[in-house]
Design a protein around this ligand. Structure first.
Ligand code: SF4
Ligand code: SF4
Length: 482
């Protein structure tokens, strides 16, 4: 029988079913233990240190107690703490990105995804390199600098060579002042050799959603295709890291299984990465199941209502304070606004979740992976964020300066964020405003930048950032970074 061991390289050990069940029982027993809850909140609170701010985070057991807690006052305190932690490490910056769908050919049978192999009425499409170029130009013209590329699993139609060729094309397109400076990759679990190829092609984060950590459900939800192999899928991040990829992104598809089970599994996965590789996940995504061609979310009876979804986000933020958190346009403007307060640090904008969607006038539905709730333009999303006091950031500096993995985490923990991320966010926002924004957005943004520049503590950095911003405003010079 498998025994819980975060250092083991076997999925059944580090995502140990018995350990999750015991965790859930422990959480249930202690959900009204206010003394314990207070001590956990205190443990998780940001503490000032000589080098900056430190957060201890929580273990999967501890965080599960918070998630189970039903006391309204304590829940409100949790939400305040989640926001405090977020402000300590991410300030008011929100990183922007867009997904780019390359191909919806897929040989897997995931029952919640319209790209599953048996879906005969969805149009199948794979972008040619010319089409990739056209999509990238369209994305650059919106103002995007950071992409997450997506493709189904199909060794014949989407082999690794195809993905590598697409990456090459994506990075090579320089349209007007545009450039894609970081391409994150969300493709099926693969071998160490193929991960090494992705690393050498200059990818940012390797993202792979677990979908569900409940093994038996996983096997049922993935009845056919290579993805059916739960162990191979669950151990993928270890192979990715062995292949040299420092930044990996986790996620579950909320709605497939009981959310408390998924929550504990997700944190155990993060603990495993930390225990084995010395660095936790770079990001965690929190998708919820959505309506799509051939998919009715009501069929899945573990749907997560908005208040619980918010609680999950806040508890993840508290448990893994240094990990970026991503929410997509699956969620409505209202849900996204609330989630930003609770810990989300990265959002997509103006997403098209279909293959070739960015070059179409109207949002196409025929090859869409999921229905987009937030359908606003990037300009509108950027203005909306700024009007709420956030700085939309198109920064990709860390990855390009080699600050990945534990070097990125050191930056997070060093207290230098205000001297590094803040100016980078302002300079990349300035690029967006000058090159792509509407007049209204530009006006709101430039006022924001003038206000926010004063928050950079280091005088030298502040002066230099102001100079670069003025250069961007008055010339075609771009891509300044700290
Ligand atoms: S979730 Fe991914 S692997 Fe599964 S059917 Fe959809 S595209 Fe294929
Ligand atoms: S400097 Fe690094 S951590 Fe900061 S916003 Fe840019 S990429 Fe993110």
């Amino acid at each position: 029988m498998a025994v819980y061991n975060p250092k083991s390289m076997y999925a059944d050990d580090f995502i140990n079913h018995e350990e999750i069940l015991e965790t859930l029982e422990y959480a249930e027993r202690n959900k009204n233990n206010l003394e314990l809850i207070d001590s956990l909140l205190e443990k998780a609170r940001p503490k000032k240190t000589a080098g900056g701010v430190h957060c201890a985070g929580l273990t999967h057991r501890e965080a599960s107690v918070l998630l189970a807690c039903e006391n309204p006052e304590k829940i409100a305190e949790m939400y305040r703490l989640a926001e405090e932690i977020k402000l300590a490490f991410y300030g008011n910056r929100i990183v922007m990105f867009a997904p780019l769908y390359l191909s919806n050919y897929c040989i897997n049978g995931c029952v919640y995804c319209p790209y599953h192999a048996k879906n005969r009425h969805i149009a199948r499409k794979k972008l040619t390199q010319d089409e990739v170029r056209a999509e990238v130009i369209a994305l650059q013209d919106l103002g995007h600098k950071r992409l997450a590329i997506e493709a189904g699993e199909d060794p014949k139609n989407n082999p690794i060579e195809y993905i590598l060729e697409c990456l090459d094309t994506i990075y090579s397109v320089k349209h007007k002042n545009g450039a894609i400076r970081r391409a994150n990759v969300n493709i099926a679990a693969t071998t160490v050799d193929e991960y090494r190829m992705l690393k050498n092609a200059g990818i940012g984060t390797y993202i792979l959603f677990q979908e569900t950590y409940h093994k038996n459900s996983y096997l049922e939800l993935h009845p056919t295709g290579p993805k059916h192999d739960y162990d191979y899928h669950t151990e993928a991040m270890d192979r990715a890291m062995e292949g040299g990829i420092d930044d990996v992104g986790l996620g579950v598809l909320f709605g497939l299984e009981k959310y408390r089970y998924e929550f504990a599994g997700l944190l155990m996965h993060a603990e495993h990465l930390e225990a084995v590789h010395g660095v936790g996940p770079h990001t965690i995504s929190v998708p919820r199941i959505k309506r799509a061609d051939d998919i009715d979310p009501d069929v899945f009876d573990n749907g997560l209502a908005d208040p619980l979804f918010e609680k999950v986000i806040a508890c993840i933020r508290i448990a893994v304070p240094y990990t970026g958190m991503i929410i997509s346009t699956r969620e409505s403007e209202k849900v996204r606004a609330r989630a930003l307060h609770l810990g989300i640090s990265q959002i997509s904008g103006a997403s098209r979740t279909s293959v070739g969607g960015y070059t179409e006038q109207e949002r196409p539905h025929d090859t869409e992976q999921f229905d987009v709730s937030d359908q606003r333009s990037l300009d509108e999303v950027v203005r909306w964020l700024m009007e709420m006091g956030y700085i939309p950031s198109f920064c990709t500096a860390c990855y390009r300066e080699g600050r990945t993995g534990d070097r990125f985490m050191s930056l997070c923990k060093s207290g230098q964020i205000l001297n590094c991320c803040h100016p980078n966010a302002l300079m990349t926002l300035e690029e967006f405003l000058v090159d792509y924004a509407s007049e209204d957005t530009r006006r709101v943004g430039m006022e924001l930048i003038d206000r926010e520049l004063h928050k950079i503590p280091n005088e030298k950095v502040r002066t230099l950032a102001a100079q670069h911003i003025s250069d961007i405003r008055s010339s075609n010079r771009r891509d300044f970074r700290f």
